[in-house]
Structure formats: structure tokens, C-alpha cells
Design a protein around this ligand. Structure first.
Ligand code: ADP
Length: 184
């Protein structure tokens, strides 16, 4: 599913983010930037040791922030490593921190002059964030970003790993667009 908002294409696809050739791909990292399972493991596995070397010299990243490295053997030029919140009950700042992880990644892409970026579904794997709630926050943050920075990024893509996640994000995007059109 592709839509255009404020000069930016927002695209949802089902797939493996390590195969993307956008300027940057985003990694759902941990705060030590130590690698791990899930999408983090897949990115380091496919990208080679260079990415981990750069992560080691950066040292870490607080929850809700983002850092950037080159992308080693991957097709993308950069990996933006962001740290989403570990979900407890939704009353420990999780929504704000998740929003901040997306926003920090987008701001870093702008600072670097990048034109395209791919996101995984941050925090909804090992970190346990309910996918439906997370998808609303992710997409809302991205829609707000395009409004504040019209046309600055050409493409913002979500690469969803399962059909279920793809369907969740598609439904959420449709809902958000409907609400936006009503209040416009
Ligand atoms: P977190 O620790 O932030 O929850 P995970 O990596 O455990 O991060 O999960 C985040 C999401 O990334 C999950 O939906 C998972 O299915 C998905 N995922 C895992 N591998 C890949 C991949 N290669 N490409 C895209 N998404 C992936």
C-alpha cells in the first residue's frame, strides 16, 4: 500500500528490511547497541562486522534516541539505530518513547540529507509493544513529520515481517487518513 502525503510517499510492504535499498534502514536496537535477536540480529548478520565496530565506538543509545552508522554489506547506505521502549503496561512513558524513537530517526535522516528511509515495526517483537497501538503511534508520528517537513523525504517505508503486521499497519493507516480528512 502506497500513499502520498505532503510530498512524501508513505509505503507499507511485507518483507525483510535487510534487503531494502533506501538511503537508510532503521534498526530496532537495544540501548547498549550490542546486537541481539530479531531485526537487530538480521541486520548485523547481513551487514557484516563493520556495523558492529561502529556501534562499539559509539558505545550506546538512550531509549527514544537514534544514532547512525554506515551499512556495511547492505544495499542501504546507512543504518539508523534507534531504541524503542520495553512495553510494561503502557503507563511507563511507552507511547512517548516510541514516538520519540521514530521522530529521532527521521530527524537524523534529515540532518544527513537522506531522501528515503525504511522502518521495521519498532518494539513490537521482543519488547512486547502491542502491534495495533504501536502502529498508530508509528504512523501518526510519520504523518505529523511529513506535515512539518513537506517533501523533505521522498519515501518513508515500513517493512513488515508478517502478514499480520502488514494488515495491522494497513488498517491503522486507513483509519488515520480517514480521521485526518474529516478534521481537515
Ligand atoms: P524489538 O526488540 O524492538 O521489539 P524485534 O526485532 O524483536 O525488536 O521485533 C521488531 C519487529 O521486527 C517484529 O515485528 C519482528 O517480526 C520484525 N522483524 C524481525 N526480523 C525482521 C526483518 N529481517 N525485517 C523486518 N522486520 C523484521
Amino acid at each position: 500500500m502506497d500513499i502520498k502525503e505532503n510530498g512524501t510517499t508513505i509505503s507499507l510492504i511485507r518483507g525483510d528490511i535487510t534487503l531494502e535499498s533506501t538511503d537508510a534502514i532503521v534498526n530496532a536496537a537495544n540501548s547498549r547497541l550490542a546486537g541481539g535477536g530479531g531485526v537487530d540480529g538480521a541486520i548485523h548478520m547481513a551487514g557484516g562486522a563493520q556495523i558492529m565496530e561502529e556501534c562499539r565506538s559509539i558505545g550506546g543509545c538512550p531509549t527514544g534516541k537514534a544514532v547512525i552508522t554506515t551499512a556495511g554489506l547492505l544495499n542501504a547506505r546507512y543504518v539508523i539505530h534507534t531504541v524503542g521502549p520495553i512495553y510494561k503496561d503502557g503507563r511507563h512513558n511507552e507511547p512517548e518513547l516510541l514516538e520519540s524513537a521514530y521522530r529521532s530517526s527521521l530527524e537524523l535522516a534529515l540532518e544527513k540529507g537522506l531522501k528515503s528511509i525504511s522502518f521495521p515495526s519498532i518494539s513490537t517483537g521482543a519488547y512486547g509493544y502491542p502491534a495495533n497501538d504501536a502502529s498508530i503511534i508509528a504512523l501518526k508520528t510519520i504523518l505529523e513529520f511529513t506535515k512539518a517537513n513537506p517533501g523533505k523525504l521522498e519515501l518513508i517505508r515500513f517493512v513488515l515481517f508478517s502478514d499480520q503486521d502488514y494488515n495491522t499497519y494497513s488498517e491503522s493507516l486507513k483509519k488515520l487518513l480517514k480521521t485526518a480528512r474529516k478534521t481537515a
